[in-house]
Design a protein around this ligand. Structure first.
Ligand code: GDP
Ligand code: MN
Length: 372
């Protein structure tokens, strides 16, 4: 999950990193009012991605009227594939130097990596490509963490004038990365002000969704753009993604679902949905079947079950119960294989009068043809 700039700044500010004074605004008049109290400002589109500066999403305004105009130009506009719902109106910093600091995950080193460059700002990509005179990478042992001497050494190596406050920023950055289960905490630019103070002019945080359960307290996050059905699925604890095709898919487990979507494409069809229901699908079969049947444009359905630890007759039991309530009106093609298969086939034959295809690909091909 990508945090918006203002959400990220709230997180790093709580960890002791200085951020500019700012107000989050949803209308031009709010932006004008914010500028009236903040003075010269920067008006920044809040979208969950970087490179806003180059795309025109960061505008300078010298007073309330200009701030209102800048906000009007940004709000509601599509920027880098995202609709701008809010702007951050921020006191304008006088920046004498732009640094880059980040903690990320290094796949090669299999651990956290601290990145620092004296050449931050909008052209930072070049900073880590050239000779390493102005940039440093430091692999951190996750069991030891980032020590104060290591942080000091790094900023000393780079020749930063105020080593003490720079290393404090690095230590805070790493603390945030670790405590928040982030995969990226990036401040670019970390602005050096005329008095030498370091202020985070921008902040990008990416959280590891897999660790979300460790952060029940969290209320922040970029609003996800869910279709109505996706939102309904989420409320029911199911991961449903609308794919826009005409062949519905109900399969147990993400791997089998992806394989089914691929085989549909192989036979020239298009899947209507991706729906991860997992091995305990039978407990939520009704919700799942209801979602798939409600997919717009759906004309046929593949039910593809494969049992290993989870038994197919248990899954089929759940599907049958759902079936009897929902009574699908489109053609449905079954493939059932693995643990409990004989019992599953007997159940399907007895309760629904259905005999599954012997080969999965035949079931999928039939579904693709039926959808034409
Ligand atoms: P990004 O392009 O999405 O990374 O957006 P940033 O928030 O980093 O803003 C882009 C650029 O605008 C920064 O690299 C700075 O050069 C400039 N900028 C942002 N805030 C300020 C500010 O308060 N004062 C000044 N002078 N420049 C700023
Ligand atoms: Mn930036």
């Amino acid at each position: 999950m990508d945090l918006l700039e203002h959400e990220g700044k709230a997180v790093i500010a709580a960890a002791g990193i200085a951020v500019p004074r700012s107000r989050l605004c949803a209308t031009p008049s709010e932006a004008a009012a914010a500028a009236a109290s903040l003075g010269r400002v920067v008006v920044k589109a809040q979208i969950p991605c970087g490179k806003r500066g180059k795309a025109g999403g960061v505008r300078f305004a010298d007073g309330p009227a200009a701030a209102g105009r800048a906000a009007a130009a940004l709000l509601g506009r599509d920027l880098l594939g995202h609709r701008v719902e809010r702007v951050l109106v921020e006191e304008r910093l006088e920046i004498v130097r732009e640094l880059y600091v980040a903690v990320t995950v290094d796949p090669a080193g299999r651990g956290p990596l601290l990145l620092v460059s004296l050449d931050g700002g909008m052209a930072v990509e070049a900073a880590f490509c050239g000779p390493p005179t102005s940039a440093r990478r430091l692999a951190i042992d996750i069991l030891d963490g980032l020590s104060e001497p290591a942080a000091r050494r790094l900023v000393g190596d780079l020749g930063l004038p105020d080593g003490e406050s720079a290393s404090r920023v690095l230590l805070a950055l790493y603390r945030v990365w670790r405590q928040q289960d982030a995969t990226l905490v990036e401040v670019n630019p970390l602005a050096v002000l005329p008095n030498g103070a370091l202020v985070a002019a921008d902040c990008k945080i990416v959280l590891d969704d897999a660790a979300g359960y460790r952060h029940a307290e969290r209320s922040v996050g970029a609003p996800e753009r869910l279709t109505g059905l996706e939102a309904r699925a989420k409320a029911q604890g199911l991961a449903y993604v609308a794919l826009g095709g005409s062949v519905g898919v109900l399969a147990n487990g993400a791997g089998l679902t992806m394989a089914t979507v691929d085989v549909i494409a192989h036979f020239g069809g298009r899947a209507a949905n991706f729906l991860e229901i997992g091995g305990d699908a039978y407990t939520r079969a009704e919700a799942a079947l209801g979602l798939v049947l409600a997919s717009p444009g759906i004309r046929s359905l593949v039910v593809n079950l494969c049992g290993a630890y989870a038994r197919t007759e248990v899954m089929v039991g759940g599907v049958i119960e759902a079936w009897e309530k929902l009574r699908p009106e489109i053609p449905v093609f079954f493939s059932v294989h693995g643990t409990g298969e004989a019992e599953a086939l007997a159940l399907l034959a007895g309760r629904l009068g259905i005999r599954p295809f012997e080969r999965m690909e035949d079931a999928v091909r039939a579904a693709v043809e039926a959808a034409r």
